[in-house]
Design a protein around this ligand. Sequence first.
Ligand SMILES: NC(=O)c1ccc[n+]([C@@H]2O[C@H](COP(=O)([O-])OP(=O)(O)OC[C@H]3O[C@@H](n4cnc5c(N)ncnc54)[C@H](O)[C@@H]3O)[C@@H](O)[C@H]2O)c1
Length: 337
Amino acid sequence: MSESKTVGVGIVGVGGIAVSHMAALRATDVARLVAVTDLDRARAGEVARQEGVIAAADVAALLADPAVEAVIVCTPNLTHEQLGRQVLAAGRHLLMEKPLAMTGEGARALAREAASRGLQLAVGHSHRFSDQSLAIREAIDAGAIGTPRFVRIAMNGGWIWPGWQHWVLDPALSGGHSLHNGIHLVDLAGWWIGEEATSVFSAGQHATSEALRIHDYLVIKLGFASGASAICEVSRGERPRSASYLELVVVGTDGVLAREWDAEGVLAWTDDGLTAWGVDGPGGRVFRRELESFAAAIRGTGAVVPPVEAAVHAVDLAVASEESLATGRTIRIGAAR
Ligand SMILES: NC(=O)c1ccc[n+]([C@@H]2O[C@H](COP(=O)([O-])OP(=O)(O)OC[C@H]3O[C@@H](n4cnc5c(N)ncnc54)[C@H](O)[C@@H]3O)[C@@H](O)[C@H]2O)c1
């Protein structure tokens, strides 16, 4: 296997989000794309031609390529556990798109497998790498608002899926909206509050159509052992479809951090007055930062972000959220069900 400084990367599944990963690979010199594969061979061939890389016939062929040192898996959620096992068994570092797996047991099994083989396992919680998310974490670390006590995250917008047959709309393939998009929000909330959630209560709607089998509108309430709490609201059912609304609020013992709708930056209200944490630059930096962090972990100069335990915990929360939607009950995390 290549031991050069540049990490050779293979991508499994070259659909929508792979485009962002490929752009990140072009934008950095810490890693380079060497091969792709997809069940849709015509698509893999087309992408390979565009990128000037090899189109492997299948995952096994991609993993047989010694230039592939690490793999990014960008396939539907149901496939993650099996593909993750295959990649790790072949001795390759893995950046798995979120969710790590569809069940807590599956996520833990992948984490154990990576650890036992000494491989890096990162999960694509890309929102951790946005300018505003990093600014909020930096402000908390700087002590700007004391201890975080409650968090409100709204990531709302209109319908984004290409059609009614899309796999995300099938809970058997995506795990439901909690595992698909809700998982980004619960991960951010726990990261900012600084502890693992202990309870989950969710409410949802089939806003676009009663025929939907996932909740395109979803609110997840998290409780924490310290008494802190978080409200995570995610919607893809609003009109107009081009609507896009992002609001982030972290209230601490000594101040408030807020990224208001359409704001350019994060604002901090404290006893010292109002301060702004700048957030500028294109969203494309998110995937480049994620990739560079993964490459640094592979080269031993950094730790994976998020830590794999946090990615496993996020799966537990998202699964609990779907259980809460189905039962109308608050689900305790870690408690016997
Ligand atoms: N981090 C983010 O912000 C973000 C955003 C969107 C999607 N995602 C995640 O990325 C993953 C892919 O989502 P997408 O929107 O790109 O889906 P997509 O449907 O656009 O693309 C998936 C691709 O995987 C291929 N595929 C399916 N099964 C395969 C298999 N077993 N082997 C090889 N190829 C296979 C399909 O043919 C398709 O080309 C999902 O896990 C999703 O949750 C993450």
